[in-house]
Design a protein around this ligand. Structure first.
Ligand code: ADP
Ligand code: ZN
Length: 228
């Protein structure tokens, strides 16, 4: 090491894509493979709702209607989480940013810490398939592993592959009506971020309609190249 070596900033990856595209599933796999921390604003908000914090009380009805929680609330929650020590390993943002305001706030926040986005990966899917994907999904109540009634059932019925728990849960907003509103919100407010990151030369796109493992392999290659 010589005195001129600059410290390598922790990687920052963004996953873009409509609800049901598989951002959470892929983020969890990347977390295991690369030792990065998955930051899901959806999970952080659901925790805030469960704990009944002020932010959670404001977010609850908005989330149940399938609309976006205000930038102020989400940015504050994300900023607090990013400041925690484990995030120094690098992060995968799953579900954030979702608006232009959030994207700009993130750039400013990272710049303060001398960091920048390594890659924004867009998971490209057919909208029509998303309703089926979301309506059938559930997670392990203990470890959060994701499952699906048709596409990914536990190897032993009723028992989580990862942690053996027999308790599972479904999200309150994973129903057909709310999914339609969530898809609309994605197209109106989040899809424009694809151009935003293309303009920063950070955008990578992958076809996310295939098998989970196949997509994970493509993601892994992108992340490897982007964090080198
Ligand atoms: P999905 O991507 O499957 O819709 P999430 O768990 O990411 O699920 O988000 C669930 C809900 O939480 C969203 O519909 C929205 O109400 C709220 N939410 C999550 N992230 C954000 C965000 N970055 N900005 C605004 N609202 C958000
Ligand atoms: Zn489990």
């Amino acid at each position: 090491m010589d005195g001129t070596t600059t410290q390598t900033a922790a990687p920052v990856l963004i996953l873009l894509g409509p609800p049901g595209a598989g951002k959470g599933t892929q983020a969890r796999m990347l977390e295991e493979t690369f030792g990065l921390v998955q930051l899901s604003t959806g999970d952080l908000l659901r925790d805030a709702v469960a704990q009944g914090t002020e932010a959670g009380q404001q977010a609850k009805a908005v989330m149940e209607a399938g609309q976006l929680v205000s930038d102020d609330i989400v940015i504050a929650i994300l900023r607090d989480r990013l400041a925690q020590p484990d995030c120094a390993r690098g992060v995968i943002l799953d579900g954030f940013p979702r608006t232009a305001g959030q994207a700009e706030a993130l750039d400013a926040l990272l710049a303060e810490n001398g960091q920048k986005i390594n890659a924004a990966i867009s998971l490209d899917v057919d909208d029509a398939a998303m309703v089926t994907r979301i309506s059938g999904r559930y997670t392990c109540a203990a470890c959060g592993e994701g499952y699906h009634d048709s596409f990914k059932t536990p190897a032993a019925e009723g028992r989580c592959d990862k942690c053996d728990s027999t308790e599972f849960k479904r999200r309150a907003d994973d129903n057909a009506e709310t999914v339609a509103a969530r898809l609309d919100a994605y197209h109106e407010q989040t899809a424009p971020l694809i151009d935003y990151y293309a303009a920063q030369a950070a955008l990578m796109r992958i076809n996310a309609m295939g098998q989970i493992d196949e997509i994970a392999n493509k993601m892994g290659a992108i992340v490897k190249a982007a964090t080198r």
